[in-house]
Design a protein. Structure first.
Length: 590
């Protein structure tokens, strides 16, 4: 390992420059220098300190500043620019208008100085900012979404001088007098896209074994509600972090960024069932609607539809009964089969070999009772894909390809138009069965059916990662992060972002995303692949081997060959860097 490698760290780099400085100096040198000095002492330097920054150097009218986080850097930039905009032509600092560029990347530390591509990109971004504005790289925006009070407009991909890859940029410009058109557009955006979180319903049965049933009831309602394109529903993985907690609905609404919250309870005793539900306005805590339903367990599906219809009628009054009918999934014929399905869902997201075995046995019981239920078939498809793609040493994996393909064809016939069914089938065709073109097309169809479904958005990210555009993959993975703003369940999209950076050769960035993924799920095999391979590529072999030992502890028998066999290979360059890093760290080839 070299000294340069040991002195690298992830930093937010900010470059600022005075607009029209040469012209100002030519016109009034003494006044310009005095104004610049005053601006630095009264505005710039105090704000650097307030936002935990470090001035690296001042060169003429320019400044290079390092921050420990992208949020601090952007908040600093906004504070400085808003102060200048508010002061107008104040004689205390006449004419001092800045352009600011910010990038987030690893930098090389050399004493008190820093250098590297991360610094160069920040310097190239600064001239692209409008006078008084801020231009940031996409790496910065990914870290500030929902954490900074400002709207950045997408500036598209740009080719920066002496940078070998395009960089996506985002721009902010203070607008003291927004046009009526922009105000109307913002109001329309706020009003036409209401958002909803469905909290886990409380299990009132007095039997902890019934937790899965209460959770499954809510999961189905989230799925049904998310099919309406006219409003957004926060993913289960985010709303379920509040399970078992005493909560203030108004605080939940603020944390999740939603306008409405649906909460309730489920009581099941034998074949008897009671469900209560209430819809609350997030900002005020006011109850907009409440109801309870009593009946037999077989009536659960009718109860779910009635709750969904009531919620939709308030959140989106324009939705008609016919549209609600179209949103309903295919009716299970058997409450016993549905019960097996709900128990399966408790383990479906774990990505652990032993839980996969148990879940597959349960869902096959449901399929035996209802052979043409598309939801059950698609669930089995997802479990078979896990077995075939994660490198597990399980018996009969290769023999299950034909069964998986059979389930896919049946699910697509009986689940036409269901985004979840089509998405998981398309993803499995690409990854497990290597039918790349058909699988990619099905995932695109799933996104068209329901762009608000978290799983579908993640499938689209994976589809582009392996068979499409890496930029599109990043877009979908970041959208998944917005749909699921809390950490539970976020390991899929976070690992996807790490995978993209591995393919691009940005190993430090891959590690940063990998660490976030591990915080969300400490037992997700592909995340370990990224951590092992990225550390190996950076020469950090002790760290790579530590992660390899961690992987083998819960996934014994995994080999490079098993992982290669289970991963899409339409573009071999998308998986080979990871495989090479795994081999370099000492993972057995076969």
């Amino acid at each position: 390992m070299t000294d340069v490698q040991t002195n690298r760290k992830l930093s937010a780099i900010l470059v600022a420059d005075v607009v029209g400085y040469s012209r100002m100096m030519a016109k009034d040198e003494a006044g310009t220098l005095a104004a610049l000095k005053h601006h630095r002492l009264s505005v710039f330097n105090p704000e650097v300190e307030n936002h935990n920054g470090r001035v690296i150097k001042l060169v003429g009218d320019g400044a290079l500043v390092e921050f420990g986080s992208a949020v601090d850097a952007v908040k600093f930039a906004l504070s400085v620019q808003r102060t200048a905009a508010a002061s107008g032509n104040d004689a205390s600092h006449p004419g001092i208008t800045l352009r600011i560029g910010i990038n987030l990347s690893d930098v090389v530390i050399d004493g008190d100085d820093i250098y590297g591509d991360g610094v160069n990109i920040a310097a190239r971004l600064e001239p692209l900012a409008e006078p008084g504005g801020v231009c940031i790289a996409s790496s910065v925006r990914e870290n500030i979404v929902g954490r900074v009070d400002a709207e950045f407009e997408d500036g598209g991909d740009v080719q920066l001088r002496n940078i070998d890859r395009p960089v996506r940029i985002w721009k902010w410009q203070p607008d003291a007098h927004p046009s009526p058109t922009s105000a109307l557009l913002q109001k329309a955006k706020d009003n036409l896209r209401p958002s909803l979180a469905v909290l886990p319903f409380q299990n009132m049965s007095g039997d902890v074994q019934q937790e899965y049933f209460a959770d499954g009831v809510v999961e189905d309602m989230i799925t049904a509600l998310s099919r309406f394109r006219s409003f957004a529903v926060i993913a289960r993985n985010s709303s379920f972090i509040y399970k078992g907690r005493a909560i203030d609905v108004r605080q939940v609404a603020r944390e999740l960024g939603v306008r409405y919250v649906l909460e309730g309870s489920v009581r099941r005793a034998g074949n008897r069932l009671r469900i209560t539900a209430q819809l609350v306005e997030g900002a005020t805590g006011a109850h907009l609607w409440a109801e309870h339903y009593d009946g037999s367990a077989e009536e659960i599906f009718d109860f779910q539809d009635r709750i969904t219809e009531s919620v939709v009628s308030i959140v989106e009054p324009q939705i008609k009964s016919a549209e609600i009918a179209l949103s309903r999934r295919e009716r299970p014929e058997s409450i016993e089969a549905y019960d097996f399905y709900l128990q399966t869902m408790g383990s479906f997201y774990s990505d652990m070999p032993e839980r996969n075995d148990a879940s597959l046995a349960l869902i096959n019981k449901a399929i035996a009772l209802e052979p043409n239920n598309a939801t059950y078939l698609a669930t089995a498809v997802g479990l078979l894909m896990q077995r075939g793609t994660l490198g597990w040493k399980l018996p009969g994996v290769e023999d299950q390809r034909a069964l998986c393909e059979n389930y896919i064809e049946r699910a697509l016939v009986h689940g036409h138009g269901d985004a979840s069914v089509v998405g998981i089938c398309g993803n499995t065709l690409m990854q497990y069965l290597k039918q790349y073109d058909r699988g990619f097309e099905l995932v695109c169809q799933a996104v068209a059916f329901n762009p608000n479904n978290l799983d579908v958005v993640n499938y689209a990210g994976v589809a582009n990662l392996h068979c499409g555009s890496l930029d599109e993959a990043v877009t979908y993975f970041l959208r998944a992060e917005r749909l699921s703003p809390n950490s539970l369940g976020a390991h899929w999209n976070l690992t996807g972002l790490a995978h993209v950076e591995m393919v691009r050769g940005n190993y430090e960035e891959a590690l940063a995303w990998g660490r976030k993924s591990m915080a969300a799920n400490a037992y997700y095999g592909p995340c370990f692949w990224m951590m092992i391979a990225a550390n190996a590529k950076l020469g950090r072999m002790d760290e790579a081997r530590r992660h390899l030992a961690g992987l083998l502890a819960f996934s014994p028998g995994v080999t490079v060959a098993r992982i290669r066999a289970g991963q899409a290979a339409k573009n071999p360059d998308r998986i080979e860097p990871i495989l090479a890093g795994l081999a370099q760290a000492g993972m057995p080839e076969a």
